[in-house]
Ligand binder design. Structure first.
Ligand code: ATP
Ligand code: MG
Length: 200
């Protein structure tokens, strides 16, 4: 089976993530895409919302899509989430499946910095998807990495979790920027500083 892994902080998950996963699934005939929130990404500080909350938001987002699943390994493992450790576990647990790690264009240029990238590109293939403000260019990558990155075209969506957190905290609407079920969950739980909805 061909399985996509959609990694991210998902703080919160938004429609850009959904579209990236669906585009990659469709472009390369992936049977499933597993959304995998990281605990602490190597290149970032700890996320704002807890791992549990981010997992809950992701499961709200994907619940109507039979091709989308959730993988909680990195949250359960804790600490810094190195993809190579997850890739080793995936290969061990699912030896006959092929894994495709889906990333936005902003991540592609940093692939040479990923821990044990040489081993990582032997264990899985990357799918790079366009993101506004970032060119999807494999020219800066060494051949052994570049030959393991497939590219997919996607309508550009200029939405980030940072933008959503900032909008929520300043009282602006995030409706339709996140899946409806995520919107409801954020409102209900008053996450990211949103104000409770008024009755009318
Ligand atoms: P933050 O602003 O907190 O960094 P983010 O919107 O970048 O959040 P992440 O959880 O960091 O979301 O991203 C997870 C993955 O999704 C990354 O590979 C990232 O490149 C990709 N991604 C996120 N948003 C988009 C988008 N709008 N278009 C294309 N790729 C995206
Ligand atoms: Mg990001």
């Amino acid at each position: 089976m061909k399985v996509g892994i959609m990694g991210g902080t998902f703080d919160p998950i938004h429609i850009g993530h959904m579209l990236v996963a669906e585009t990659a699934r469709d472009a390369f005939g992936l049977e499933q895409v597993w959304f995998m929130p990281s605990h602490i990404p190597p290149h970032k500080h700890a996320a704002g919302a807890s791992g549990e909350t981010r997992l809950a938001l992701v499961s709200e987002a994907i619940r109507d899509n039979e091709s989308f699943r959730i993988l909680d390994w990195e949250i359960v493992r804790g600490g810094i989430s190195y993809t190579i450790e997850t890739a080793r576990m995936l290969n061990e647990r699912y030896p006959s499946d092929d894994f495709y790690f889906i990333i936005g264009a902003d991540m592609v240029q940093y692939l040479p910095k990923w821990k044990d990238i040489g081993e990582l590109v032997r264990r899985l293939t990357f799918i790079g998807v366009g993101r506004p403000g970032n060119s999807l260019n494999l020219g800066t990558l060494s051949v052994n990495i570049a030959e393991k990155v497939l590219l997919a075209d996607m309508p550009m969506v200029d939405i980030s979790s940072t933008m959503i957190r900032e909008r929520a905290a300043s009282g602006k609407s995030i409706r339709y920027m996140v899946p409806d079920a995520v919107y409801d969950y954020v409102q209900r739980s008053e996450l990211y500083g949103v104000q409770p909805r008024s009755a009318n």
